[in-house]
Design a protein around this ligand. Structure first.
Ligand code: SAM
Length: 260
């Protein structure tokens, strides 16, 4: 099949044909027979087919209608599959998904961050998200404080998800092979923290990391009173010279709730 496909680099088309790997990915996503799955970027339908073999229902988005002949073959096999030929970023997912769903997808890398933040905006719809992304991106998402990869997305994602990396997928597993290895990133919603306003919290984290080489107080003082900030940091046991990357997710939430 892969010999006949004209892969479009501009759409992030790096496909996986190894069924053992695809089955392992579905397992990493904890997929079961009662699950509704959202797949973003069905491609030639190889992962779609595995998902539809296991799950109750699969809703798969694909922007490239030239892949329809391949996806039609997968569609013929499964009554529980709905393929939507639309740009996922423009779609209103609430019209397609009516109950809690799992996301399992080998997503197009050129829009990783917009996809993740679209999913974050609909967090109540999902009980788990498993996405294949570039390895360095997965490491950033899962990174703990005090590590060089810890930053804005680490704090925002970990404030609402438990994030881990169940599997590295070598670049040779894709057709065509991309330049770098990939990793599965698993995001499981948790309700560990009470964040008074999530949209404001995201802005707060952006401001906190606006200048990475500056101290946290210097970044935040453009909006908040410096003495007040210093006092609150001290209450959290943090030094006023602390850097943005040295503050844990929990302390970011505490600080934000103090300042609200
Ligand atoms: N799931 C397939 C697999 O694992 O072999 C294909 C994965 S490939 C990395 C990503 C797929 O996303 C491509 O088929 C591409 O055409 C599709 N895609 C790219 N941008 C999209 C968008 N905005 N909305 C929906 N699908 C998109």
């Amino acid at each position: 099949m892969e010999k006949n496909i004209e892969f479009k680099k501009s759409l992030g088309q790096n496909f996986i044909f190894d069924r053992n790997l695809l089955t392992a990915i579905a397992k990493d996503g904890g997929l079961g027979k009662d699950d509704v799955v959202l797949e973003i970027g069905a491609g030639a339908g190889t992962l779609t087919d595995v998902l539809a073999d296991i799950a109750k229902e699969v809703i798969a988005f694909e922007i490239d209608t030239s892949l329809k002949p391949y996806l039609d073959k997968v569609q013929e096999k499964h009554d529980n599959l709905k393929i939507i030929y639309q740009d996922f970023m423009k779609a209103d997912i609430t019209t397609f998904i009516k109950s809690k769903a799992k996301v399992i997808a080998n997503i197009p890398y050129y829009i990783t961050t917009p996809i993740v933040f679209k999913l974050v905006d609909h967090i109540d719809m999902f009980d788990g998200i498993l996405i294949l992304v570039q390895k360095e991106v997965a490491i950033r998402f899962a990174s703990p404080a005090k590590c060089k990869d810890y930053g804005i997305t680490s704090v925002i994602l970990q404030s609402i998800f438990d994030v881990d990396i169940p599997r590295i997928v070598k670049k040779e597993c894709f057709t065509p092979a991309p330049k770098v290895d990939s990793a599965l990133c698993r995001l499981i919603p948790h309700n560990r923290y009470n964040i008074s306003d999530f949209s404001d919290f995201k802005d707060f984290v952006h401001l906190a990391f606006s200048m990475r080489r500056k101290t946290l107080v210097n970044n935040l003082k453009t909006k908040y009173d410096k003495d007040f900030l210093t006092n609150k940091l001290n209450e959290l046991g943090l030094d006023e010279r602390v850097r943005p990357e040295d503050v844990t997710v929990e302390n970011y939430i505490k600080l934000f709730n103090f300042l609200k």
